[in-house]
Design a protein around this ligand. Structure first.
Ligand code: SF4
Length: 872
């Protein structure tokens, strides 16, 4: 067996190290790297299932021009010519790149250099705009640079961890495991600040379900309490400007905006004030807001005022969504930044970069941020667009309008690993890029640690690395010397050298100490936290009171809470919150390839409070239509007290490929934070009504399905596929419909039809083996789904019952993805064996003992069982 190769997980900004061992047949064994400082061997469910996502299913293997395969030479020349001609006729700002936190730093560097340095436009933005642009803005306003002050070790050493707008248990599970380990070791307390009760609340000491968007009011109240409690650090405040104005603004703000009781606020303030080692972790719930930048600064104000920053176990801590969101920030991938944390609008910085790149004049003003960029595409101002490793036709707010804008653009290039995305299907030119396990370069995680990503699988077909595609287009546009790279190591050295200039100009980002790495040194580079310069390495920032504004001081910023931009009213009475689920990633182009990950939550849903459900006459498992001024969706209702009355929550993962009526960002208005340009993705307004279908269906199949119903959602299973279906138009011939759905025109069929009840059950067979089955009913179909999905390919005499045989219990929906343990299995064990802890469940069933991502949910099940027992 080959030795494992050290690399980095493809998903979130925790940046876990992985050990990769190819199996010699295109597959990959994936384990956590015990030596990586981010995870010390841990992986979450997504990371642990990476090996299931590296197959060639749906891979794009050759360039395609309007759907037809062409050679690289013709493809690259077409891209270079079309961009050059567009620039010649309409100027440099008529073209744009929309890139991604999935890019490696070296890819990002080349893309940014090509656009800002040689095309001469700043129209390059990244999907990180949707993720943490408000943090970038907040950091820059407070610190003078986009610097994350702390390190992951602070989570181990804190006595209080405050999660603001962060479902750490699901979105950054390995960090959550670190927090839980600290809790076990030193009694670290956990506070969750979130309008919604999330999995992170299960083990929290306090959950503050504040009104959506009111975080500024809460942290202003905390700041006032800190002053009144004598907790301000007057010594540290000598390094900070603006404290008086900020305190005055905080005092004028109204705690009632939070909707929290005085007792809740007081308890939180006392806990925060009385704990020296406090880390405030914040994420999308803070960033994705029309007041995201102010929310960030409200948090930073409290840490600056108390000097709780840059010392062990304390500080504000932004955790990023994507594997290389931080690398993109460092390399200048945002439309309003320059490389190496240099400022686009600073003439001296521009001059330094221009001289280093030996380019023409750099753009003097920021380019178009993501929302503005797609508006410009829609207007026809952007005429050539290159989208790299991202799916804006699904993930952008007002996604239907973005989809139409891309479709109407004169020339659209999409570089991706698959052509099966909503965006790739709109491309004129599709370019096949190498995927995660085939790529070589570096990424930076949320605590500034640069890790190597190493290729362990050969590039399939004609796929090429992104840096190579971009550099070749640069050369064909006439910029030969600037893009004549031999490989990623050479790009990294150039980048490190540029960072040395940034360091000399007083910036934080300086990795010039890595600038002399040769090929072997780059290949062997261990995880390294920046800065890395002759005078400095790793560690925390700002504990010494030195910041990056002129004059060296930090700035506290007066902020006042504002409600979300869209007002809920009679027509759209609900506040729609969007977010992630535990086992899916972004628009599911990779995670949906894993049956294990699809088992957790296989269908898009809307969480609805019981009071609202009763008023709307919606029962559990009904379908609901959700409407906003921008669009609409059909989703499965989940009735839960996790959301407050008047609020609903829906995940953002489903697409035209997996559930076309559930593209939730089609409902989100393109309203942005005025400073950061980040969209408000968590506070749309919506109306909800029952979706009264004439029929509902559930299908399982050994082969892919082709649903055409008004509502459908499909997912992979270990035995093939599953799908939920529903429609309002009656179906006259269910056999014909099922044969079309499964692509089985001639297969033998068993069926049970009841026209009076409107039910149909059809099973297609190959000998005695089940190939596919469809269950139809006038009400949401009541069958044992988690049993049925195991049946395709097996001999099943009684498939049409839709139920497990009497001697086989129904495991229920999968909760522990690693060991396939279902909810019913856990509940039964808890009740019958009297299991009182997550560890006891683990000992009995293995559930929660591998990646630990489900431990919060197991804790919730135990609590549920105990409540039920107490009530009885
Ligand atoms: S927490 Fe999970 S998704 Fe994030 S980097 Fe680690 S293994 Fe990957």
């Amino acid at each position: 067996m080959r030795a494992a190769t050290r690399s980095t997980c493809a998903y979130c900004g925790v940046g876990c190290g992985v050990l990769l061992t190819p199996d010699g047949h295109g597959g990959l064994d994936v384990k956590g790297d015990p030596d990586h400082p981010a995870n010390r061997g841990r992986l979450c469910s997504k990371g642990a299932a990476l090996g299931e996502t590296v197959g060639l299913d749906e891979r794009l293997l050759a360039p395609r021009w309007h759907g037809r395969e062409i050679g690289w030479d013709a493809a690259l020349q077409t891209v270079a010519d079309r961009f050059a001609n567009t620039i010649a006729r309409h100027g440099p700002d008529s073209v744009a790149f929309y890139v991604s936190g999935q890019l490696l730093t070296e890819d990002y560097y080349v893309a940014n250099k090509l656009m800002k340095g040689f095309i001469g436009s700043a129209n390059i933005d990244t999907n990180s705009r949707l993720c943490m642009a408000s943090t970038v803005a907040g950091h820059r306003r407070a610190f003078g640079t986009d610097t994350v002050p702390g390190t992951y070790e602070d989570l181990d050493e804190a006595d209080l961890v405050v999660l603001v707008g962060s479902n750490l248990a699901w979105c950054h599970p390995v960090l959550y495991q670190r927090v839980l380990a600290a809790r076990a070791a030193r009694g670290t307390r956990i506070v969750v600040i979130d309008p919604r009760r999330t999995a992170s609340c299960e083990q929290a000491d306090m959950h503050l379900a504040l009104a959506p968007g009111s975080d500024v009011a809460l942290f202003n109240t905390l700041l006032v309490a800190l002053r009144e409690g004598g907790a301000l650090d007057e010594g540290f405040l000598r390094h900070v400007e603006g404290s008086d104005d900020t305190l005055e603004a905080a005092h004028a703000d109204d705690p009632a905006k939070t909707g929290l009781s005085a007792e809740e606020i007081d308890a939180f303030c006392r806990m925060w004030m009385g704990t020296e080692r406090v880390v405030t972790v914040f994420s999308q719930g803070v960033n994705q807001s029309a007041q995201g930048s102010d929310k960030v600064n409200a948090i930073l104000n409290c840490h600056l005022a108390t000097g709780r920053i840059g010392r062990p176990g304390m500080g504000p801590f932004s955790v990023t969504g994507q594997p290389n969101a931080m690398g993109g920030r460092e390399v200048g991938g945002l439309a309003n930044t320059l490389a190496c944390h240099l400022e686009l609008e600073d003439p001296a910085h521009r001059a330094a970069v221009q001289a280093f790149w030996e380019s023409g004049p750099l753009p003097q003003a920021p380019g178009l941020k993501a929302v503005e960029m797609f508006r410009a595409v829609g207007r026809g101002d952007i005429r050539a667009l290159w989208i790299i490793h991202t799916n804006p036709a699904v993930s952008m707010p007002d996604a239907d309008a973005v989809k139409a804008a891309i479709a109407g653009c004169d020339f659209v290039v999409v570089s991706d690993v698959t052509g099966a995305t909503d965006t790739a299907r709109l491309a004129d030119m599709l370019l096949p890029a190498t995927a995660w396990a085939e790529k070589d370069g570096t990424v930076t995680n949320s605590d500034r640690t640069i890790s190597r990503q190493r290729a362990v699988l050969p590039a399939p077909g004609a796929a090429r690395p992104d840096w190579a595609i971009l550099a070749e287009v640069g050369r064909r546009m006439g910029f030969h010397a600037a893009f004549d790279y031999a490989g990623p190591a050479e790009i990294f050295r150039e980048y490190a050298a540029l960072s040395g200039i940034a360091g000399q100009m007083g910036r934080d980002f300086d990795i010039s100490g890595l600038g002399a790495l040769d090929e072997a040194g780059y290949a062997a580079l261990p995880p390294t936290r920046w800065p890395v310069s002759p005078g400095r390495s790793g560690g925390r920032f700002f504990g010494d009171g030195r910041f990056f504004h002129p004059g060296g001081k930090a700035r506290m910023l007066p902020v006042t809470a504002r409600p979300p931009a869209a007002r809920a009213g009679r027509r759209y009475p609900f506040r729609l919150n969007t977010g992630r689920i535990r086992d899916q990633w972004h628009t599911m182009t990779r995670t949906a390839l894993s049956p294990r990950l699809s088992a957790h939550l296989a269908e898009p849903f809307l969480d609805l409070h019981p009071e609202d459900a009763a008023r709307l006459k919606v029962s559990a498992a009904d379908l609901v239509r959700v409407k906003s001024p921008e669009g609409q969706a059909i989703l499965r209702a989940r009735i839960t007290r996790d959301v407050a009355p008047g609020q609903v929550f829906a995940p953002m993962h489903w697409t035209g490929e997996t559930a076309p009526s559930a593209r939730i960002d089609a409902l989100v208005a393109a309203v942005t934070d005025p400073v950061s340009g980040q969209p408000e993705s968590k506070a749309a307004v919506a109306a909800v009504e029952r979706f009264d279908a004439a029929w509902y269906g559930f299908a399982v199949s050994a082969t892919p399905l082709a649903p055409e119903a008004e509502y459908w959602a499909r997912a992979r299973t270990p035995a093939g596929w599953r799908a939920e279906l529903a429609g309002r138009a009656p179906v006259a011939d269910w056999e014909a419909e099922a044969r079309r759905l499964f692509g089985l025109p001639d297969a033998p069929l068993q069926s049970l039809m009841d026209a009076c009840r409107g039910s149909a059950r059809l099973a297609f067979l190959d000998g005695d083996r089940l190939i596919a089955a469809l269950f139809v009913s006038r009400a949401p179909v009541a069958v044992m789904r988690d049993y049925l999905v195991t049946l395709p390919g097996t001999a099943v005499p009684e498939a049409l019952t839709g139920r497990t045989p009497a001697d086989r219990p129904d495991p229920g929906p999968v909760l522990c993805s690693c060991f396939g343990v279902g909810v019913n299995t856990i509940l039964t064990a808890v009740e019958r064996q009297g299991l009182m802890s997550v560890d006891a469940v683990g000992q009995a069933l293995q559930a929660g003992t591998n990646c630990g991502s489900c431990r919060s949910e197991i804790a919730g099940l135990i609590a549920r069982a105990q409540t039920k027992e107490a009530a009885e």
